[in-house]
Design a protein around this ligand. Structure first.
Ligand SMILES: [Zn+2]
Length: 410
């Protein structure tokens, strides 16, 4: 099941065929062929091994359609006249998808049972014969589609935890901004409840289904659980503590906390935490533990970014000197050639701190920070601050930011 995210800007031509624009605005050039010709070519793909290999390659390597078009023309000019003339035919891209309206968005649902069964069929049955329970996890999040418009997609993705993990879309909603309510989750919840109660039959074996977790970033988690945002006074999704206002809401105290429980969440014991009900309450999951902490926003963009901003741009007496900031930046840049390709980004200097990506904060927190912060400013040892904060961050990744009393006073 493939979804071409860039295909939403469709234009109807005179012959009523829809032609999808690429994200860069280019129009496929092969507009002259009829539907019959395309259908014939699609049918031929099954028997043409080169075409099916090319289709696999283009999908696996995520090659753009205009590049595949050019390659097909070259191959046709060199004797492969049996190949289709466009990427759309080669990849059998659906020309039209029937959507409905739900939650104020265009809505498309793939039945979970069928999707799950298609996924299981991809695995050798010998691999499945040893397993009675298949674990699933879900991801719900909003994806902006274009920089030039507010159009966004809210997919619900399902991961099947076999080796290798397979991820498939279950629900796709597309529209401006975000869904107006949570009804776009209704079908997914109903399908999942059906699977959880009756399991899945595959080749005379019934597999039990288990939900491991529902993964969302902090804003999406608050949205789908219908609770306050994590920046609100009662926004913490793990405990009932009320935050305090220090230019923004933060959660400082870490003693005598009452942890949230599934039962308390379902009864909305702390009313201030909730906006209302959510379809996810109909699932037999722990509404607190099933939603992991959002590591990216809370550890990388939260604790780590805040500390680096304090250390480089905070009040006098706690921040590094200009020379030290330059020294740290210089050390980071010197590490560039030593960073193996397994990291998606190389280090950048502190002067670009506002533009650091989450992966750069993670790299600093776990790897490079310890090396580049070996310096002292007055009686502040930044490498010691790094040590205490890093251990804390890795273990808890909560919003109680500053474990050092000195910086905690800022
Ligand atoms: Zn808390």
């Amino acid at each position: 099941m493939e979804v071409a995210l860039e295909d939403d800007r469709a234009v109807a031509y005179e012959d009523d065929r829809e032609v999808a624009f690429e994200d860069d605005g280019e129009v496929p050039t092969d507009l002259g062929e009829s539907d019959d010709e395309e259908s014939d070519q699609e049918n031929n793909i099954e028997s043409t091994s080169l075409a099916s290999d090319l289709a696999t390659w283009a999908t696996y390597c995520q090659v753009k359609n205009n590049a595949v078009d050019q390659l097909l023309k070259i191959l046709q000019n060199h004797g492969h006249s049996d190949l289709p003339s466009s990427a759309r035919i080669l990849l059998k891209t659906p020309r039209q998808v029937n959507t409905t309206q739900k939650s104020g968005m265009e809505y498309l649902n793939y039945p979970l049972r069928d999707t799950f069964l298609d996924t299981l069929k991809k695995y050798p049955f010998e691999q499945l014969s040893d397993c009675d329970t298949v674990n699933l996890s879900f991801n719900i999040d909003g994806l902006p589609l274009f920089k030039s418009s507010g159009k966004a997609m809210w997919p619900v993705l399902c991961a099947v935890h076999l080796k290798p993990i397979t991820v498939s879309p279950i629900t796709l909603t597309c529209g401006n901004k975000r869904p107006t309510d949570l009804h776009f989750l209704d079908d997914m919840v109903a399908d999942l409840n059906d699977l959880l109660s009756s399991g899945l039959q595959h080749r005379e074996k019934t597999f039990e289904v288990n939900v491991l977790r529902i993964v969302c970033d902090a804003p999406a988690k608050a949205f789908v659980r219908n609770t306050k945002l994590c920046s609100g006074y009662y926004g913490c999704d793990k405990c009932t503590q009320k935050g305090q206002w220090f230019s923004r809401v933060i959660y400082q105290e870490t003693e005598e906390l009452t942890l949230r429980t599934d039962e308390a969440f379902r009864h909305q014991t702390q009313e201030e935490h909730h906006h209302g009900n959510t379809p996810l309450l109909n699932l037999p999951i722990d509404m607190v533990k099933a939603f992991p902490i959002d590591y990216m926003h809370q550890a990388c963009f939260g604790v780590r970014k805040k500390l680096l901003l304090i250390w480089s741009r905070g009040e006098k007496g706690c921040r590094m000197s200009v020379t030290q900031i330059q020294e740290v930046s210089s050390r980071l840049l010197h590490l560039k050639p030593e960073i193996p390709s397994i990291f998606s980004r190389k280090p950048r200097g502190l002067e670009e701190l506002e533009r650091w990506k989450a992966t750069e904060f993670r790299q600093f927190m776990l790897y490079t920070g310890k090396v580049v912060l070996v310096l002292q400013c007055g009686n502040v040892h930044f490498s010691e601050l790094y040590d205490s904060q890093a251990v804390f961050t890795i273990r808890s990744t909560t919003t109680a930011v500053l474990c050092c009393e000195r910086t905690g006073a800022l």
